[in-house]
Design a protein around this ligand. Sequence first.
Ligand code: FES
Length: 173
Amino acid sequence: AGVRRRDFINIAAISAAGVGGVAVIVPLVSQMSASKDVLAESSTEVDVSALEEGQAIKAVFRKQPLFVRKLTPQEIAQANGVSLSALRDPETLAERTLEGHTNMLVTMGVCTHLGCVPLGAGEGENRGEYGGYFCPCHGSHYDTAGRIRKGPAPTNLVVPEYTFPSDTLIRIG
Ligand code: FES
């Protein structure tokens, strides 16, 4: 019951912050930036200054999980080495990232099959056969660009609208 109550309070806090709640949200993010694993649930800005290559951050955007991953040169090469004809939902890494920031992969952490949260953003989690993300619910494998490669998911992990207000900050939405 304790867990449910906390969820309720978090949701209530998000609703209270609302769309105009940026001034409230920003202090929450910096307060919690020590945790790479879970940033403030109501955040729309993610501080990536501490993110190292090969690491990912889990955040929450509009009440859904969001992954930000800093790709290694090898992961970028892996993504770029795939021919589009081999893809179920053909998109290049460049199309799924912002110019000048192709090493920063921002996706929703929601499997496009039935909405489970894929593994691979947390330290030591199974990243699946293509080194990106793995959804354990029914075995969907995503590659290092978050594209579906194997399993039942029909489409790539969704890339939300985002910008880089600075080199170390991502604003989602
Ligand atoms: Fe991810 Fe079914 S929800 S594979």
